[in-house]
Write a protein that binds this ligand. Structure first.
Ligand code: THU
Length: 132
């Protein structure tokens, strides 16, 4: 299956529709293409006990691992409305993405403006922590 950047962004946008974000009102969707060419999606899921909330990227990575994916080839993250700017992955999610990224992993971010940006993990998380 050949999934274009637009298809990937559309999948993240669709996942965003399911975001459970009653506390922040900030809906995020994420979509991953893995090293097997498979698509995985996730949305943010908040909780009344605020620190228990999960980011969209974490949900998509969990789906990827569950289905046997090993590496993130491309990930799209869609969030941000009303001109506040796109949802670039939070610090924790940069580390989560790093765990499954290669040097050429593409990280796409987009808000409601429909303009999208792309980054490498080195750009988002330089001098990263990792173990051998
Ligand atoms: N959020 C994500 O899903 N991904 C990020 O990278 C940043 C933040 C979620 C967490 C919370 O549910 C809401 O956005 C507001 O912080």
């Amino acid at each position: 299956m050949n999934i274009s950047d637009k298809d990937l962004i559309d999948a993240a946008t669709a996942a965003r529709e399911n975001a459970y974000c009653r506390y922040s009102g900030y809906a995020v969707g994420a979509a991953i293409i893995d090293d097997n060419g498979r698509l995985h999606t996730g949305c943010n899921i908040e909780n009344a006990a605020y620190p228990l909330g999960n980011c969209a990227e974490a949900a998509a990575i969990a789906a990827m691992v569950l289905e046997g994916g090993n590496r993130i080839v491309r990930i799209a993250v869609v969030g941000g409305s009303g001109g506040i700017g796109p949802c670039t992955p939070c610090g924790g999610c940069r580390q989560r993405i790093h765990e499954f990224a290669n040097d050429d992993t593409v990280i796409i971010t987009m808000d409601d403006s429909k303009d999208w940006q792309q980054y490498s993990i080195e750009e988002l998380l330089p001098a990263s922590f990792h173990l051998p």
